[in-house]
Design a binder for this molecule. Structure first.
Ligand code: HEC
Length: 280
């Protein structure tokens, strides 16, 4: 009898090890950000605004409110992004409104604000674990995409509301013109025009001139910085070249000098041509 029992031991060990693997496969994963802390704890799902203000609509606001957790010490925990990029966890927590759950995820800290990113959740302490991936599935269904489609993975680029808002306010929320200038400054919107002949107007943004001298060289960011619009072209070429070479050097020149180091003579010509054509 003893001979039969012995070979069972390794099998039990294997079972224990695989059980450990199953569990760790379900556990939250880190993102590699500073101050992160993987955590699993018991908590109650609450409507944050209701907790703070006493204004408590039915069913935790039906998905229109931010939901949070109250841990066993009675601490209110803000639940932010879940497993899917840029999505909050309201959709994931809503089915558990007012209930006790086990939450598994990652605490992160951003400028003193501690947020919990929910990755898995189960009802009570022995319910079935569920990945906090409902948001994307929901989104895909609402918008007519397969849940595992490329569109759903990048839902934030394909969401009709997001697209409408960017269309209206631009990527920076400052309007589409500001986007153009910003992207040009980052060297991200190389237009066909700039590839052939240098385009003074585009270069004025791309070379970051407008960040100090303002759009069209009309509204400098400091009252001591010069306006450039409508200035004589030859004068502009001379001044920029002199600032670049160091021939012009007074207190404020140092601010601009590093910026013009890599601007070519051809580009200086084009920018000056453009600036001289802008009405004051
Ligand atoms: C970081 C801020 C900054 C940036 C960026 C910048 N400038 Fe300037 N620019 C200045 C300041 C400050 C002065 C005044 C310098 C002085 O008093 O000598 C100046 C002066 C000038 C002048 C001389 C104006 C005059 O009336 O004499 C020209 C022309 C000029 N900048 C063009 C440009 C162009 C073209 C670019 C982009 C390639 C550029 N600047 C980028 C800050 C900046």
């Amino acid at each position: 009898m003893k001979i039969i029992k012995l070979p069972l031991l390794p099998q039990i060990t294997v079972l224990l090890i695989s059980a450990a693997f199953v569990d760790s496969a379900l556990a939250a994963k880190g993102w590699g950000v500073t101050g992160e802390e993987i955590a699993r704890f018991d908590a109650k799902v609450v409507d944050i605004l209701c907790e703070l203000s006493g204004d408590c609509p039915e069913n935790c606001g039906g998905g229109k409110r931010q939901l949070g957790l109250i841990d066993s010490e009675g601490k209110l925990i803000l639940v932010g992004k879940n497993k899917s990029p840029f999505s909050g966890a309201a959709v994931e927590l809503l089915p558990f409104c007012g209930k006790q759950v086990t939450a598994d995820g990652l605490f992160t800290e951003n400028r003193g604000v501690r947020l919990f990113a929910l990755q898995f959740v189960r009802e009570g302490s022995d319910g079935k674990w569920r990945g906090a991936t409902r948001f994307v599935n929901d989104w895909a269904e609402r918008n007519g995409f397969a849940a595992d489609s490329a569109e759903a993975k990048q839902w934030f680029r394909n969401d009709p509301n997001v697209i409408r808002i960017i269309e209206r306010d631009g990527l920076l929320g400052l309007g589409k013109e500001a986007d153009k200038e910003f992207l040009a400054g980052m060297g991200m919107a190389a237009s066909a025009q700039t590839a052939s002949a240098p385009n003074g107007q585009a270069l004025f943004g791309q070379r970051l001139c407008s960040t100090c001298h303002g759009p069209e060289g009309k509204a400098p960011i400091q009252s001591t910085y010069p306006k450039l619009a409508g200035q004589n072209k030859e004068y502009l070429v001379q001044q920029i070249t002199d600032i670049q070479s160091g021939a012009r050097n007074n207190g404020l020149t140092a601010v601009m000098k590093p910026i013009v180091q890599k601007v070519t003579a051809e580009e200086i010509e084009a920018i000056s041509e453009y600036l001289s054509s802008v009405p004051r």
